[in-house]
Design a protein around this ligand. Structure first.
Ligand SMILES: [Zn+2]
Ligand SMILES: [Zn+2]
Length: 392
């Protein structure tokens, strides 16, 4: 089969690999019909996530048709499914609490060392996202093996729904929703979102659905800010104004009730400490640039809530811990418990309450995936979301 393969920093290619096979009884094999490139794939592409090896198949946002099932799978051949990017067993201590992205069984014992050392506990398994998260081949491919297929995949029974209406249930839609949930939004709240990328836009859309009165989205790409405005959000271009001053003015000097950092570890910014972080990241010292988060912590009102869906992998310098404590802030974060949200969000898509297709800017055959990565990274204003079509 053909699959998008990591060869090194900023070097991905579509190569030929052996077709995946059933390994465990609960596995299923999916023929991928649609798969997307995620902002977090760019962290792999940029070489800032440890444990990615040459030859790894990337991709964690995918859907398709069930073509083979193990004896313990509850799926049936021919079913159409969207697969969560988080791999979860469904029965461990954490899955029992619906904390699926903390599953204790999905990351094999021999892959746990990096995350156990970095975080104190091992991460769970994720598709196509380094050997730190299990080394599972990803879904930017013609076929993919799905472990625990009786737990994760959500069956799409409504044939009227196009792939593009449901594909983002695999990650960014539940991630945006959980980001808004972590911001503990109350009706009437003012919410500020850093980053008008896919997760930021879906978090903004979710905040609106949770009855936030005002949602303010911060970015520097005019087209992405236009998309935010299209969702009924106010916008701030951080190239034009001082963000904290603008937010203060917009909120009568109080600050937003909740802030969402949908930027993560590769934040752009011109602060001196960010430049230092970029320098360290460049020479492999691994510090996360966290300029968006630092700004958010200073901008949020006293007693406010901070939600962090943006991906961070390591350490960061000059973290304003004092602001967190002295202002009495509450923090919510984590990899998304996708399985917890898929049913509810699918229902909202079917009811017409959520539309995710506005985000898609480019559709490419899988064979052009390398161009998709380069453009999604380098032309972020216009390339807002890339959907790849294997087999075309
Ligand atoms: Zn993703
Ligand atoms: Zn589990």
């Amino acid at each position: 089969m053909r699959a998008l393969t990591y060869h090194g920093k900023k070097d991905v290619r579509v190569d030929t690999h052996p077709d995946p096979e059933i390994v465990n009884p609960r596995d299923a094999i999916i023929r991928v019909t649609s798969t997307a490139i995620c902002g977090s794939d760019l962290h792999l592409y940029d070489g800032v996530i440890p444990g990615v090896l040459s030859g790894d198949i990337l991709g964690h946002e995918f859907m398709g048709e069930v073509v083979e099932t193990g004896s313990g799978s509850t799926l049936k051949k021919g079913q159409r499914v969207v697969v969560p990017f988080t791999i979860a067993c469904g029965t461990c201590f954490f899955c029992d609490k619906h904390q699926y992205s903390a599953c204790d069984n999905s990351n094999p014992v021999d892959k746990r060392e990096i995350s156990e050392t970095l975080y104190g506990q091992p991460m769970s398994g994720l598709f196509g996202y380094s050997h730190m998260t299990g080394g599972y081949p990803g879904g930017q491919a013609e076929y993919v093996r799905v472990p625990y297929s009786d737990v994760g995949p959500i069956v799409i029974e409504n044939d009227d729904l196009e792939d593009e209406q449901v594909l983002f249930l695999s990650d960014i839609l539940p991630t945006g929703w959980m980001a808004a949930e972590n911001a503990q939004i109350e009706p009437g709240d003012t919410v500020a979102v850093w980053g008008a990328g896919p997760v930021g836009l879906f978090a903004a859309q979710s905040a609106k659905l949770m009855n936030a009165a005002r949602v303010i989205v911060i970015d520097h790409y005019p087209h992405r800010l236009e998309l935010a405005a299209g969702l009924g959000c106010e916008t701030i271009n951080f190239h034009d104004v001082d963000v904290r001053e603008a937010l203060n003015e917009m909120t009568g000097g109080i600050g937003p009730d909740a802030v969402i950092d949908a930027v993560g570890m590769e934040a752009h910014g011109f602060a001196v400490d960010n430049m230092l972080d970029i320098a360290k990241q460049t020479v492999g010292m691994g510090a996360d640039r966290a300029s968006a988060l630092k700004q958010a912590l200073l901008a949020v009102r006293k007693g406010g809530r901070v939600s962090i869906p943006g991906v961070y992998g390591g350490m960061t310098d000059k973290f304003p811990l004092g602001a967190l404590m002295e202002k009495g802030l509450k923090i919510g974060t984590g990899q998304t418990h996708v399985q917890k949200y898929t049913k509810k969000l699918l229902a909202m898509i079917e009811e017409g309450k959520i539309d995710t297709t506005f985000l898609i800017s480019h559709r490419l055959p899988l064979e052009q995936a390398a161009d998709g990565y380069a453009n999604f990274r380098n032309k972020q204003n216009d390339w807002t979301k890339v959907v790849l079509k294997p087999g075309t």
